[in-house]
Design a protein around this ligand. Sequence first.
Ligand SMILES: Nc1ncnc2c1ncn2[C@@H]1O[C@H](COP(=O)(O)OP(=O)(O)OP(=O)(O)O)[C@@H](O)[C@H]1O
Length: 131
Amino acid sequence: MKKSRTLFESFIYAISGVIYSLKTQRNMRIHFLAALLVMIFSKYLNLEEMEMVAVVFATALVIIAEMINTAVETAVDMITEKFHPLARIAKNVAAGAVLVAVLNAIIIGYVIFFDELYNLLLGIQRLILGR
Ligand SMILES: Nc1ncnc2c1ncn2[C@@H]1O[C@H](COP(=O)(O)OP(=O)(O)OP(=O)(O)O)[C@@H](O)[C@H]1O
């Protein structure tokens, strides 16, 4: 097996891993799109520094978990495509990691965006009703 020789080559391999996940995993594309929308929304809301840090961490964690899930699924499929209870556990635990990361992002999003969303909806309602 060829070992990665330069830092640049390692970087290219890592990027190809991200591209592979995006190409093959529908959930990864959804997470990426959601992360992009959250970033745009956060910029628009002028969040405080620590709020922005929390949002970036939470969104990155979901994408990282999804990529680890993909790696586990691929490794398990390489070992066996037949039904195996251990394969099931490995895949379920990896999927569970994504679920935990998503719940974490939802809670952080709720804490940070609730007031802003509430005010935004209130503003839209006033605009529509004209008062
Ligand atoms: N070889 C296997 N042996 C036993 N159970 C398996 C096996 N492969 C998959 N499973 C079960 O089917 C579920 C779905 O597995 P699959 O490989 O289709 O993932 P997926 O649906 O592509 O997941 P994701 O949506 O996260 O990409 C697993 O969580 C596991 O419970």
